[in-house]
Every structure is written in C-alpha cells, then in structure tokens.
Write a protein that binds this ligand. Structure first.
Ligand code: ZN
Ligand code: ZN
Length: 654
C-alpha cells in the first residue's frame, strides 16, 4: 500500500467518525479512493464495509448508497456485512424500489440464507410497510434473533395492525427472546392507544419477573397505559414506586388526573412537582390548565400560566387552546379573546376553542360572527366547530339558525353529523317545545341514540310538561343506564303523579334491590389559589359553623322577599339531589355562602357544580345576587349562570 493511500485511509477513518463531516468533503474523499483505484483491491472490501458502517452511523444515507453503487459498478462483490448497511439506508429513506433491487443482489450473491442479511431484509420491508413480503421472509427463517422479531413487531404496530403486533410479541416472549426496553415501551404504548389494559398488565408481569421494572421509560409507559385506560389508582401505584422520574412521567400523571375527572388530584400533584423544583413542560401545562378549567380556578390558572413565557402560548396552538379553554370555562371571555387575538399560529382547533368559549360564556352572536370570519379566511371548519355553534343555538333558543347550521354541515362542508350534532339538534328542538320533531329526529338518526340524546328529550319533556312522552323516554334511559339513580327517581315520581302508585313503588323497590346510589352533588370554589369542595349538607369545612349561620341569615332574607322553597314541581325536580335532604343545603348554596363570608363585598363569586343547578337554588341565587349586590357565576354541568342584580344570564332557560 502506498503512503498516500494509507494517508487517505487514515484521513477517511478519522473523518468518517467526525459528526461535523460535510458532504462535499466526503465525496472528495470518495473520489480520492476511486482515483487511487483503491476499491479494486480485494483487500479493501473490509475497508468499504467500515466506510459503510461509519456512513450509516452518521446518517449519511445518500453517500452510502453512492459508495455501494460504485462498489457494484466496479464488480466488487458485496458480502454479508455489506447488505445490512445498504438495506438499513434504504429502510431509513423508505426507498422500496432500491431496497427491492438490493434484494435481487442478495439473491444473486447467494447470501439470502444468512441470518443478518435476512434480518435486514425483513426489517427493510417492515419499515417500508410492505408487511406481506416482510412476514413471508420472517416465516421462512429457521433461526431468528431479537432484531428481526422487533423489526416485524414494529412494522405491525406502526401500521396500526395492533392485534398481529401484540400476538407476535407474545410469541417472541414464548420463544424465550428478551426484548429490549425500547420494544417494551413501544408495545406498551400500542396497548395504551388501544385501551388494552389486559395485555398491558400481562407485559407488566413479564417486566417485573425479569427485573426490568426499574427502567424509567418502561415505568413511564406503564403510567401512561393505566392513565389511558382510566385506571388512575394503577397509574399512581407505578408512579409512587418509581425511583427516578422526569417531567414526562409527571405530565402523564397530572394530565391523567385532569382528563379522568380528578382535577383536584391533578393540582395536588402539580404543587408537589413545584415543591420538587421541576419546571413544567407543554404537556404538564395542558394538564394543569385543564384541571383549573374544570374547577373554575381562574386565579390559579392565571398563576400557573405565568410559569411559562406568554410567547410560547401564542406560538403553540396546543398551549394556546388550553389557555383559551381555561379562561372560557372560568367565565372570562375577555381574557380568552385576548389570547385568541394574540395567537401567531392558529389552527382549526384554536378557532373551535374560541367559538366554544364564546358560546359557553353566553356570547352566541359573537361566536356566529367568528364562524363567518373563519369561513371568509378559508379555515375549513370540522365537526367540533359545529358542536360549538349548535350548542350556541341551543343556549339561545335559536331554532332556525340551528337548522341552518345543521344542514350546512353536510351540504356545504361534506361533514357527516355525529351523534353529538344530533344531540344538540334534539336538545334545541326539545327545549323549544318541538317535542314531536325532536322525537322524530331520534328515530331517523343513522346511529343508536345514547343516554345524552334521550336525556335532552327528557329535558324538553320537563320544560314543557309532557309527562306521557317523559315516561317513554325514562324507560329508554333506564335500559341504557341502569345504574343511574336519577332516571328511576323521576320515573317513580311521574308514576306517583299519575296515580300509578303500584308502579311507583315497584321502581323504588328495584332501586333498592339493585343497590343504586345517587351521584352526590359537589360544588367547588377557589379562594386565593386553594380550591374548597362542598357536598350536600356538608359540615366538614373548618368554617362550617359560620357558613351555616350565614345561610340561616340568608334564608330569613329570602323568606322576607317572598321566596318559598319550590315543592310544586316535585314531579321532575327530584332529579339528582334529594329534595328531602334539605333544599337549603345544596352544595352550591354552601359554596356561595362560603364565598360571601370570605371575600370582599365587591368581588365576583365563582362556583362550579358537578350536577345541574336545581330550580330552587336558581331562584334563591337570583335573589341573593339582588340583596347582596354580588355578581355570582355558577357553572353547572350544562352551562354558565351569571347572576346579577336579581336575574340570570340564562334567562331561566337551562
Ligand atoms: Zn339546589
Ligand atoms: Zn341561570
């Protein structure tokens, strides 16, 4: 070997391991090699393979393929080390045509039975989603290594062929193969996405048996699995047992609580994260803001959002949406609007959040205007956009607008109405007293009506006192959700009201036999960053004594103003909270009273309730807002009520 050749070789070796290697430089080296006819020398096949190995590790895929084609044109026979690099490059470039050509080279050179070459071929086809060919080669192999199992499984999982991927993974373990943590995480993630807790837990058992349960990535994937399957206790169990966790783990847990209806747990965990001096990332932020939104915790949401640069919110649609949503759900349309206007990048989801926010806070007309602007700017609306608009029509009782939007969905935008859209329409018609039309629409729906849809019709029946239809609807509802206490109570009340005492008693008995319990009503109020929770007749609050004496005082004033606890509408009203359980002590009243004694006399009181506000509380709160001159905002499970000077923003329509 001449000195210059050795020099170039050394040069090449050093440079190939230098990540800052530039492409022109590389091709220069290649041409040197060619000029020196180095590639002709059989001794340097090893060298070529080394070069290929270096190029693949540097992700220099095109130079790698060039080098291979030069080798090929110089009739330099590749060997079992050459093909894996070349096929890997084809796989990464998703170049099916070239990879298939290389496959013919493999067959010509007789390396098709070599395990490494065959593994590379399977992985190449799997990566390029040519799964039939991949599986054929895979099945032909009499000896398989971890790499080929992993490649084949990944191919299935990445193309959404979940069942095949998981069953192959089971076979892999049965064959005594030990997957790496990366593969386990990948399979667990697929289980999460498919809500397959059983397979996930089976993998967890394997992981523990093999002592791999101290791997942060595997554990985080397990947390995520339990979260996605709605099993927060399971998630917490893994989380608490982790020796090491990063912000991703925390986010998974916080977001899990928030999205599984446990906002207070989400906030508690977030505070713990703060105490451990961990900075939230985008995902944590979305989880925490969603928890604040659920609890109507405006001050807290505000404080948390300041932990992140405002610019990040405005340039990230996911973050921006979370903030707009939080402000809207806390009843501050102004702040939501300011964020929306400031967004540097808005997608349809951001628009939807703002349209929904406006609807929620009672600005229906503005939301219709925003939709018109959206159309003008050419932002294509999607199904959720119409859910917002139709809800707006429902809240404002705009039947004609509702019909128009519902029709345009399909006719102008080619969107198929989902069950939510039918639900909104039925709600709108039912509230407007068009009960027959609403009932007809349920019968015409292309899908089976669910409890929400029937519930809307029931709402209309109550509002317009159609006891006969209500009876029919409640029977459907009991079929659909046999565990829901409210339906039994209402049906039994209707029977009682019609003099069908036996029927009424039978329903009560069924309830008792089935051990059906009522959903307890809860209300939340935030004070100086702390969220206080109240239940019906709750006496657990430290200020309980003062709250109840204030409540008595309010009761006297209400009486003096002529307010009588409403018992007249008992037929429908014993809905979710029991009447006999003292009307005066419904959770929202306790929360409002606590707000009255704990805040300045000019402050707005914001309360969130998990059930619908009952008629009696609604009437009482209107009067309380009148004689205390307080603005009281109550968000129930249906909408916002903004009580001011004796009236409510819902116009008694909810
Ligand atoms: Zn009430
Ligand atoms: Zn109201």
């Amino acid at each position: 070997m001449s000195t210059s050749t050795t020099k170039i070789l050394t040069h090449l070796q050093t440079h190939l391991h230098n990540p800052s290697l530039s492409l022109p430089h590389l091709s220069q080296l290649q041409s040197h090699l060619l000029r020196l006819n180095l590639l002709h020398h059989p001794h340097h096949l090893t060298l070529c393979n080394n070069a290929l190995r270096s190029l693949i590790s540097l992700s220099q895929l095109h130079p790698l393929l060039q080098l291979y084609s030069q080798m090929h044109s110089l009739n330099l026979s590749p060997n079992n080390f050459t093909f894996p690099f070349v096929l890997k490059a084809c796989a990464r470039l998703r170049d099916v045509k070239l990879g298939t050509l290389i496959h013919t080279h493999v067959l010509k050179s007789g390396f098709e039975l070599n395990i490494f070459v065959k593994t590379s071929l399977v992985c190449f086809y799997a990566k390029c989603e040519v799964l039939g060919d991949a599986r054929k080669l895979f099945d032909e192999m009499c000896e398989r290594n971890v790499v080929v199992w992993t490649g084949m499984i990944s191919g299935y999982l990445e193309t959404g062929r979940y069942q095949e991927g998981v069953s192959l993974f089971r076979r892999m373990l049965e064959a005594g193969m030990m997957p790496d943590s990366f593969t386990i995480v990948r399979v667990l993630t697929a289980c999460s996405q498919n809500g397959d807790l059983r397979t996930g837990e089976w993998i967890r058992g394997f992981v523990m048996e093999k002592g791999m349960d101290n791997n942060m990535f595997v554990e985080t994937a397990l947390v995520d699995l339990y979260v996605k399957c709605g099993c927060m206790d399971g998630a917490r169990g893994v989380f608490d047992g982790m020796k090491e966790k990063d912000v991703v783990t925390w986010s998974a847990m916080i977001g899990g609580y928030a999205f599984n209806g446990l906002p207070q747990e989400a906030l508690e965990l977030f505070f713990q994260m703060e105490r451990e001096n961990l900075m939230p990332d985008c995902f944590t932020m979305v989880g925490v803001l969603s928890a604040c939104a659920r609890l109507g915790a405006l001050e807290l949401g505000d404080r948390v959002s300041r932990l992140m640069d405002m610019g990040e919110f405005l340039s990230n649609p996911v973050l921006g949406t979370a903030l707009i949503d939080m402000y809207s759900k806390c009843g501050s349309a102004e702040r939501a609007w300011a964020v929306f206007k400031g967004m540097k990048e808005s997608d349809v989801i951001v628009w939807n959040a703002m349209i929904n926010g406006l609807v929620m806070t009672g600005y229906h007309k503005v939301s219709f205007g925003l939709f018109a602007q959206m159309e003008k700017l050419g932002v294509k609306p999607e199904g959720n956009t119409f859910v917002g608009l139709l809800c707006g029509c429902t809240h404002a009782g705009l039947v004609e607008d509702g019909r128009r939007y519902f029709k345009s969905m399909c006719r102008i935008y080619g969107l198929n109405p989902r069950i939510e859209h039918y639900g909104c329409m039925i709600d709108l018609l039912a509230r407007a007293g068009l009960l027959e039309e609403a009932h007809q629409l349920i019968k015409e729906m292309p899908m089976e009506a669910n409890a929400v849809v029937w519930g809307s019709l029931l709402g209309g029946c109550k509002l317009h006192r159609d006891v006969h239809l209500a009876e029919h609807v409640l029977e459907r509802l009991i079929e659909l959700e046999p565990w829901n206490s409210g339906n039994y109570v209402q049906l039994s009340n209707i029977y009682a009201g019609n003099g069908k005492w036996d029927e009424s008693a039978r329903i009560r008995l069924v309830m008792k036999e089935k051990g059906i319990e009522k959903t307890p009503g809860s209300s939340w109020i935030e004070l100086k960053g702390v969220v206080h929770e109240f239940r019906v007749g709750d006496k657990s609050h430290p200020l309980s004594e003062r709250i109840y004496s204030k409540l008595d005082e309010l009761g006297k004033e209400l009486k003096a103003m002529g307010h009588m606890p409403t018992t007249r509408e008992v037929l429908f009203d014993i809905e979710e909270e029991e009447k006999e359980h003292s009307l005066g002590h419904h959770s929202e009243k306790l929360a409002i009273t606590f707000g009255l004694i704990s805040t300045d006399s000019n402050e707005t009181i914001r309360v969130v309730k998990n059930l619908r506000v009952c008629n009696d509380c609604h009437a009482a709160i209107k009067l309380i807002s009148l004689f205390t001159h307080r603005e009281i905002i109550v968000r129930d499970n249906n909408r916002f009520h903004c009580f001011r000077e004796g009236s409510c923003s819902c116009n008694d329509y909810w």
